[in-house]
Design a protein around this ligand. Structure first.
Ligand code: ADP
Ligand code: ZN
Length: 217
């Protein structure tokens, strides 16, 4: 059984690796960032509030985030595992998740951390282009789509995320080191943490991850 939490700074490759893992192991990919972006585009009052927070690079309120994840994990497709991408991001979220996970029988059994130095992150985020339709991610320097500006998977026009600008990125990175990185110790102490080098070429890292995950199936 794979109940995975995927961690790492913004740009470490969480989204890229989450996509194939979810497909290969048939577990739902639950990205809180994607969930918030969906709420943002709905135009609801709550969505607009979330948009202001996300666009400037700040973190959404813990209680709201935990409630959203709880509801998602309760859905039937999470019974046999899941891949959480972007949650938990604060100690308060991790502690609430610990309790809630036990309560609804959805505790994680593996925490993957992708490491990556700041200069690489900055370069990746600056060149990142995403597909608003299918969520695929590209990079104009290193992971170009076959046709410039067009998604290989679904043909949509690629966009740059609004929070992928230098000032929002700086805030995201600061929040990561202040609030999220300390969680690594929390999960290390529980014996759940496995670390990987996020600067490695995606296909090499994929093989390493597959080797580890084979022993969890
Ligand atoms: P990245 O990992 O590249 O920063 P995500 O797509 O995971 O991007 O998240 C985008 C934004 O969504 C975050 O900067 C934050 O504003 C919000 N967000 C996502 N997950 C959480 C969370 N667990 N708690 C609070 N805010 C979150
Ligand atoms: Zn697409």
């Amino acid at each position: 059984m794979l109940a995975i939490v995927l961690m790492g700074p913004p740009g470490a490759g969480k989204g890229t690796h989450a996509k194939w893992m979810a497909e290969e192991y048939q577990i739902p990919h639950i990205s809180t960032g994607d969930m918030f972006r969906a709420a943002m585009s709905s135009g609801s009052e709550l969505g607009l509030k979330i948009k202001a927070i996300v666009d400037r690079g700040d973190l959404v309120d813990d209680d709201l985030t935990v409630a959203l994840v709880r509801e998602r994990l309760l859905q039937d497709d999470c019974k046999n595992g899941y891949l959480l991408d972007g949650f938990p991001r604060t100690l308060a979220q991790a502690e609430a998740f610990q309790e809630m996970g036990r309560e609804i029988d959805r505790a994680p059994n593996l925490v993957l951390n992708l490491t990556c130095p700041d200069d690489v992150l900055l370069k990746r985020i600056g060149g990142r282009r995403v597909c608003p339709t299918c969520g695929a991610s590209y990079n104009i320097h290193t992971m170009k789509p076959q046709k410039e500006g067009i998604c290989d998977r679904c043909g949509s026009q690629l966009i740059q995320r609004k929070d992928d600008n230098p000032s929002s990125f700086e805030i995201r990175l600061r929040n990561y080191y202040a609030s999220t990185e300390p969680l690594l110790d929390y999960y290390r102490r529980q014996g759940l943490l496995k670390e990987f080098d996020g600067t490695e070429a995606a296909n090499n890292l994929k093989i390493e991850l597959e080797t580890l995950l084979a022993s969890y199936r």
